[in-house]
Design a protein around this ligand. Structure first.
Ligand SMILES: C[S@@+](CC[C@H](N)C(=O)[O-])C[C@H]1O[C@@H](n2cnc3c(N)ncnc32)[C@H](O)[C@@H]1O
Length: 289
């Protein structure tokens, strides 16, 4: 969808009372959703495999442990892979909003039951039909919750949607309340998400705006903090967390994505970052309390 039309639509939804705005947002998302279930599971599985490799490299075994997921999203694919394959005992998944839907989860259950007949747990009938071991905490800000005992905190494509203040508080809380040595694994997408559905836009397009200008464009439906890689790393280090590993990608200088980046006049707020820092994408960070 053209990014300008999408922005207009989000601004309209943002004018409605919160409950109605979200109800309409979910209905429109369902209508616009053209992806099959396997097409939705596949990218989550790719992330899970990547996570498994990183965890193995650091000698982290989660079998029979509890873990926390920040940002449940629409489907519990990641919790299901952790339960069925990594043999995790329990996943507490938190979301600021409430996007889970029983019909979608019932369909996901059928796929996982067939794929993991021995290890996929039984269903809890009254809890969105979620598999046993998944505890969903919708409409919950983790910052104000008692943290369950956990061996890992995991997030996928969430931190970029959290305000810098909340990010700081969240990580201070992890440092303070989780046992020393607890691991935190984040997959972060720092790119302009409008460019995912409108490829005419650069993945760094939003860096041309001042904070005040960007706040006029974005809404609660598409909030993005625009933090760059060094800002995430200094935030984590500022919370006294140990950074065990960091990876990211950058556009190939021969690619269209790189040409699109070069055409953006970056706002003064971002002028102290190098080209590599501005374009760093697909960030994966492993931290330790
Ligand atoms: C892009 S979705 C990603 C969902 C899922 N992790 C995935 O990979 O498909 C971001 C999710 O994070 C949630 N979210 C945003 N800010 C949050 C916060 N501070 N705490 C918990 N969840 C948050 C949103 O409601 C949304 O469900």
């Amino acid at each position: 969808m053209n990014h300008k039309r999408k922005t207009q639509l989000f601004h309209f939804l943002d004018l409605l009372p919160r409950r109605f705005g979200f109800a309409l947002y979910h209905t429109l998302q369902r209508l616009a959703d053209k992806k099959s279930l396997p097409q939705k599971i596949q990218p989550a599985e790719a992330t899970f495999r990547n996570a498994q490799t990183i965890l193995q490299q650091h000698g982290i075994n989660l079998e029979s442990s509890s873990i926390i997921e920040i940002g449940s999203g629409w489907l519990p694919s990641i919790p299901y892979f952790f339960l069925s394959e990594a043999k995790v005992a329990e996943v507490h998944t938190y979301d600021f909003n409430q996007h889970y839907n029983t019909n979608a989860i019932t369909a996901l259950n059928a796929v996982f039951k067939e794929r993991f007949p021995k290890s996929f747990p039984p269903i809890q009938p009254n809890n969105y039909g979620l598999a046993q071991g998944v505890t969903y905490h919708p409409k919950t800000n983790l910052i104000h919750s008692a943290l369950p005992n956990s061996a890992l905190v995991f997030s996928r494509f969430v931190l970029e949607h959290v305000t810098p203040e909340d990010l700081r508080e969240m990580h201070q809380k992890f440092k303070k309340e989780l046992p020393a040595g607890t691991h935190i694994l984040h997959f972060i997408s720092p790119s302009d998400h409008r460019a995912h559905s409108d490829r005419s836009l650069s993945l760094q397009d939003f860096l041309q705006y001042s904070e005040a200008e960007w706040n006029k464009i974005q809404t609660k439906f598409d909030y993005h903090n625009r933090l760059r890689l060094p800002q995430y790393l200094s935030l984590f280090k500022g919370c006294a967390l140990e950074v065990l590993s960091v990876s990211h990608d950058n556009p190939d200088p021969e690619s269209k994505r790189y040409q699109q980046f070069k055409a953006v006049t970056v706002h003064d707020d971002f002028k102290d970052f190098t080209e590599e820092e501005l374009t760093a994408g697909s960030i994966v960070v492993l931290l330790k309390t």
